[in-house]
Design a protein around this ligand. Structure first.
Ligand SMILES: [Fe+2]
Length: 228
């Protein structure tokens, strides 16, 4: 029941509107059990990634705000959008918090991933040639991201789909991003996301990850991005 309630809460609240009270952020429950994405993502990886790594971004962001590095009355979205105006502790940890909330809500158990909408399917085919060619391009971009970072599918300011990558915990919503846009899909290519099961084989992780992508959620994001 706990997980069912979490799903309802997350569905009713956009991921970007993460709860904030008194200038502090909190770690949101996962929308599924920690073993729900196995074997694509191991339970131990989920426990460490969500419970330790994501928690650290939340804790460090709260510490930075307490230290006066950023105003205490801003939403996470506002902090991310203006990341370049704050010290790195805010940029890195606000990004880390936003990116991981987005990431958890991009995935679903393999038997509940659903289908993408016709609109998104047609857009992907129009830009990349086919779903397969899109996935190959996304995987290649993620594999080529040097060091730690993220690979994204975004809608740019011309309402066009693009694949882009960001270093560290940056994302395409940030004022400092080389390519800006609205993320539809993002995969974490930090080693902490895959090392326990894939070791150094990032490309294998990127290939297996499609098995847990929540396509209806990604499709809803596409509709919302075009409506903005
Ligand atoms: Fe991560």
């Amino acid at each position: 029941m706990k997980h069912f309630l979490s799903v309802v809460a997350l569905s009713a609240t956009p991921f970007a509107a993460v709860a904030q009270t008194d200038g502090t952020f909190t770690l949101t429950d996962l929308p599924y059990a920690t073993d729900a994405l196995a074997p694509v993502i191991l339970q131990e990886t989920m426990e460490l990634h969500h419970g330790k790594h994501h928690q650290s971004y939340v804790d460090n962001l709260n510490a930075a705000i307490t230290a006066g590095d950023a105003p205490a009355d801003l939403t996470l979205q506002e902090l991310v959008a203006a990341a370049g105006t704050y010290p790195d502790a805010v940029r890195n940890n606000a990004g880390g918090h936003w990116n991981h909330d987005f990431f958890w809500n991009t995935m679903a158990p393999a038997d509940a991933t659903g289908e993408m909408s016709d609109a998104l399917s047609e857009a992907i085919t129009g830009v990349f040639g086919s779903q397969e060619e899109f996935e190959t391009a996304f995987q290649e971009a993620g594999a080529a991201r040097f060091g730690s970072g993220w690979v994204w599918l975004i809608v740019d300011d011309q309402d066009q789909l693009q694949i882009t990558t960001t270093p560290n915990q940056d994302n395409p919503l940030m004022d400092v991003a080389d390519v800006q846009g609205t993320p539809l899909l993002g995969n974490d290519v930090w080693e902490h996301a895959y090392y326990l099961s894939y070791n150094n084989r990032r490309a294998d992780y990127l290939g297996e990850w499609w098995g847990v992508v929540d396509w209806p959620e990604v499709s809803d994001r596409y509709d919302a991005a075009l409506a903005d």
